[in-house]
Design a protein around this ligand. Structure first.
Ligand code: ASP
Ligand code: MG
Length: 440
């Protein structure tokens, strides 16, 4: 059975890091290795596209040349034989000629997607050539031959399953496959992508499609932590999380996983393990369909939240009122994160202000509306069964000195969320680190 291993931009970020992948990927265990572009590459490609859209050929050319120079330097360090280096030079020539071939007058979203795909095509071929130079067998699997999204931008699983199996069956007896994260084709067969940071999603989709034994996401952190290490001084990695707990954490701010990324794995019940390239022996975090221990596991924060208070003098609970409210949000395709109700008012939060003024205008036709921007959701995640007392108490007690704009408990057994002013986020995370995890 295959394992799927995904390495992000920093894990392939330099010649040395690419060399380091060898010991993490070469073993008798069959693997599909999914790579991102070298760090900084996709951002540079986005800038190139922006310059082309702005019809600034000189700027595009400068960014292309800088990027090319960086790759030339990396390949000169990566390969030690003339043959290896020559192959890599041909590779750069091919991809950079392609990037340079796009002209200003014809630059549309389709061309942009083709440019954005070059980073993953480069990194995967570079690693493949590196192994080849060392005499290690590997197969480059073109993601564009099997990764596909449908008309709703959802992975087309039956198609992916069929075509990845076809690709793999062309190479029977081989055990190490390398493929591109992030890139795919759309329902028209055009080159497309799974949105920024989408390589995790690729790994999860591939793992599900080939029914792998495990999906490993390798980064520079030793798994998910109980709190944000950038904000509080002491944290620890979490050993095990259920899929539901991980989804709450990812959605509510833990930066380590793309929120939708674990869905395909979850649906097929394939364990996802977060591993650290700098500390490969560390167990990392296992996310699986398991019953984890009762208790609080982690806290996370999500910034940039807008709270909307909707007050009706004509009785909130008059039936149909909430529906009228929700319909307004639905019309503007704006999803609601937290909700709290009372007899006369309802407060809810959104994380996308794109249609805020339209929503506000329509809400004002049926109610009094108050809006607070720059709020932060603080979310406590774990196994918090509702028939066991004390969890909400401990959360609220930890936060006793911080004004809480909203409190949400009981939606699931995995989550207690509160809403605070953005500027109180740090204080709240520190207070919970002390109150729930005993860290000072
Ligand atoms: N290279 C892409 C990006 O930077 C995809 C990824 O890294 O996951 O967004
Ligand atoms: Mg990246």
């Amino acid at each position: 059975m295959f394992q799927v291993l995904k390495f992000g931009g920093t894990s392939v970020g330099s010649a040395q890091r690419i060399k380091d992948l060898e010991k993490l990927t070469v073993s008798p265990q069959p693997k599909v290795v999914v790579l991102s572009a070298m760090s900084g590459t996709t951002n540079a490609l986005v800038e190139i596209c922006n310059a082309l859209y702005a019809k600034n050929a000189a700027k595009a050319k400068t960014i292309i040349n800088d990027l090319k120079a960086k790759y030339e330097k990396e390949i000169s360090e990566l390969y030690s034989t003339t043959n290896g280096l020559n192959k890599a030079k041909q590779l750069l020539l091919h991809h950079f000629n392609h990037i340079e071939s796009f002209t200003l007058d014809m630059f549309t979203a389709n061309e942009e997607k083709a440019v954005l795909a070059q980073g993953e095509l480069l990194s995967t071929a570079m690693f493949h050539y590196y192994l080849e130079e060392k005499g290690i067998d590997s197969v480059l699997l073109p993601a564009l031959n099997f990764m596909r999204i449908d008309a709703n931008d959802e992975p087309d699983m039956p198609y992916i399953e069929k075509y990845i199996a076809a690709e793999l069956s062309k190479h029977e007896g081989h055990i190490l496959f390398i493929t591109q994260g992030y890139i795919c084709r759309n329902s028209f067969g055009e080159i497309d992508n799974l949105k920024r940071g989408g390589s995790d999603y690729s790994a999860s989709i591939i793992g599900a499609a080939i029914n792998s034994s495990e999906i490993q996401i390798w980064t520079d952190i030793d798994g998910m932590h109980n709190n944000d290490p950038r904000i509080v001084s002491k944290t620890h990695p979490i050993n095990e999380l259920s899929f539901d707990e991980a989804a709450e954490l990812a959605y509510f701010g833990a930066k380590i996983l793309h929120p939708t990324c674990i869905l395909p794995a979850k649906r097929r019940n394939i364990p996802v393990r977060l591993k650290n390239t700098m500390q490969p022996e560390a167990p990392g975090t296992l996310i699986a369909n398991l019953i984890t221990n009762e208790g609080v596991k982690a806290v996370a924060a999500k910034d940039g939240i807008t709270a909307i208070n909707i007050k009706s003098d004509r009785m909130l609970l008059a039936h149909g009122f909430l529906r009228a409210v929700f319909e307004i949000f639905e019309r503007y395709k704006t999803s609601i994160d937290m909700i709290c109700t009372s007899e006369v008012a309802v407060s809810l939060t959104i994380d996308n202000n794109r249609y805020l003024s339209e929503i506000e205008k329509e809400l004002k036709e049926i109610a009094l509306v108050e809006i607070d921007e720059n709020q932060t959701i603080i979310c406590v995640v774990g196994q918090l069964p509702k028939d066991i007392s004390g969890y909400a108490y401990r959360v609220l007690e930890s936060l006793k000195d911080i004004p809480l704009r909203m409190v949400s408990y009981g939606g699931s057994n995995n989550n207690i969320s509160v809403l605070v002013k953005g500027e109180l986020k740090k204080e709240a995370l520190v207070a919970l680190n002390k109150g729930l995890f005993n860290y000072n």
